[in-house]
Design a protein around this ligand. Structure first.
Ligand SMILES: [Zn+2]
Length: 252
């Protein structure tokens, strides 16, 4: 039986914007896929929400010092996957974003870049406790809805000629995946990009990532894989695919 409704496909994407709560999330969650898309000729952009100033337990490293270090590491990591770095939104632990402000910032960047697909962490991942991950995921969901609405932000009281509807929203760090990407040929690129975040990584963690992404390939013909939840506008409001059909629709 054929249905008019299907999950979107990774192969439909020509321009992708990956939005990470902290420098390193994109590479850890989706670095293999980013490198794969770049190799295929897709324009891949990376945006970081916070500077990641809280990522050190060493009292000798001040939050300001760490922010600068992590900006450089983020650039080095994106150079490895071939991602165009859009920088960060300047938020940090001492300057947290409100939900409304973050949605506005994300809509502004989406309207500039005009991507087919936007990606971030899944805010509905069970057991996810990091507030910046939950906040970024939820803000991007609203931005996906708002970016095509000409009068958003409404307090401007005028239509915005750059209003733009994104076709696909994708989530990594998800337990509700519908799309598996073979990253076997890109695993070393992914790991090198993760290693670029020197202030956050040690080789023991890197070895754990090899194991995790081998696990993601379980029951597939691949050695390493990344998994995503890809949704289009129809699937992000009111409707869900029945459980019994989910397996049938799962795509590469
Ligand atoms: Zn993070």
């Amino acid at each position: 039986m054929d249905f008019m409704i299907d999950y979107p496909k990774m192969d439909d994407i020509k321009t992708a914007l990956f939005i990470q709560p902290h420098p390193d999330d994109n590479e850890i969650g989706a670095g293999g896929t980013m490198a794969y898309l770049v190799k295929k000729g897709v324009k891949v952009y990376g945006l970081t929400v916070t500077q990641g100033r809280g990522g050190s337990n060493d009292p000798a490293i001040t939050p300001e010092m760490l922010g600068e270090i992590r900006q450089k590491e983020a650039q080095a990591a994106m150079d490895i996957t071939g991602t165009i770095n859009l920088g960060d939104l300047g938020y940090h632990d001492q300057h947290p974003a409100t939900h409304e402000q973050l949605v506005k910032d994300l809509v502004r960047v989406i309207r500039e870049v005009k991507p087919d697909a936007i990606f971030t962490v899944d805010p509905d991942l069970p057991n996810e406790m990091h507030p910046v991950h939950i906040q970024t995921g939820k803000a991007l969901c609203e931005a996906f809805m708002r970016c095509g609405q000409p009068y958003y932000p409404y307090e401007d009281n005028r239509p915005h000629p750059d209003a733009f509807s994104v076709k696909i929203i994708g989530f990594y760090f998800t337990s509700d995946d519908n799309t598996t990407v073979d990253i076997t040929d890109y695993i070393e690129t992914k790991m090198d990009a993760i290693r670029a975040h020197q202030s956050q990584m040690d080789e023991q963690q890197i070895q754990m990532f090899y194991s995790l992404f081998e696990m993601m390939a379980y029951n597939t013909p691949y050695k390493y894989a990344e998994r995503f939840k890809l949704l289009n506008a129809t699937l992000t409001h009111c409707f869900a695919v029945p459980k019994e059909l989910k397996e049938k629709l799962n795509t590469k």
